[in-house]
Design a protein around this ligand. Structure first.
Ligand code: PEP
Length: 252
């Protein structure tokens, strides 16, 4: 089965509205003839501005997180209802910065994920091990736990709206990319876990992105691996000059 490539940009906590609009316009122009699936995920405050520019094109609008409740007394949080109102189509959940800086655990991420799916969103579930976990030989175990716990209670039908992003934490924003072989090994393992949970057909279908210092120079080599179906890009997503060549990588 051939899976579409899916290249997503996580803009994190960067850009003003004017800067975001400039980047979004450049992406629309640069990717209008792009052949893959694309996503831009700016901060909450930029969603309306960026959404208006992406509307009707081939780049999906994504949010970087959501609250675990629909509404209520949750100061500082943003709900799925508010995201839907802004035209958001995809929500990134369980990013390592949410897990490690903001102490989100698997149960909380799972609650958010189920709520997002219930409201019709696509989600990107991020998983990945810390450097000490990799060095202790626990990378597979950590990814298995985050995948299994993250997907708890998700139906096979809902799984069709889930993408998994394997992002080894030691490779995020550090300039250190996992080698294509190391990344491929974990991707294959995650696909096997999805197979155990949902069967082979679902495992063959699910898109698994790689994230961690993806750049124009290493994108094609990563994407050439059998189980790597795209990229979740941080730093290089902040400039059209670096995101577009990744999004339009030339298969090797
Ligand atoms: C990310 O934050 O998801 C990420 C992969 O960042 P970077 O590309 O900067 O490593």
């Amino acid at each position: 089965m051939s899976r579409p490539y899916y290249i997503a940009g996580n803009w994190k906590m960067h850009k003003t509205r004017a800067e975001a609009a400039e980047l979004a316009k450049a992406l629309v122009a640069g990717l209008k003839d792009g052949k893959h699936k694309y996503l831009a995920a700016p901060s909450f405050t930029l969603l309306e501005t960026v959404g208006a520019i992406l509307k009707g094109g081939n780049i999906l609008l994504g949010a970087q997180d959501c609250a675990e409740e629909e509404q209520g007394a949750h100061t500082g949080e943003v709900s799925v209802l508010q995201l839907k109102d802004l035209g958001v189509q995809v929500i990134i959940l369980g990013h390592s910065e949410r897990r490690h800086l903001y102490k989100e655990d698997d149960a909380l991420i799972n609650k958010k994920l189920k709520l997002a799916l219930k409201h019709g969103f696509e989600v990107i579930l991020c998983v990945g091990e810390l450097l000490e976990e990799r060095e202790a030989g626990r990378a597979e175990e950590v990814c298995e736990r985050q995948t299994t716990e993250g997907l708890k209670g998700v139906s096979a039908e809902e799984l069709e709206r889930v993408t998994i992003a394997y992002e080894p934490v030691w490779a995020i924003g550090t300039g250190k990319t996992a080698t294509p072989n190391d990344a491929e090994a974990i991707h294959a393992y995650i696909r096997k876990i999805v197979g155990k949970l949902y069967g082979n057909e679902a495992a063959e279908k699910i898109i698994i992105q790689y994230g961690g210092s993806v750049k124009p120079e290493n994108a094609a080599q990563l994407m050439a691996q059998k189980n790597i179906d795209g990229a979740l890009v941080g730093g290089a997503a902040l400039k059209a000059e670096t995101f577009i060549p990744i999004a339009k990588f030339q298969a090797v």
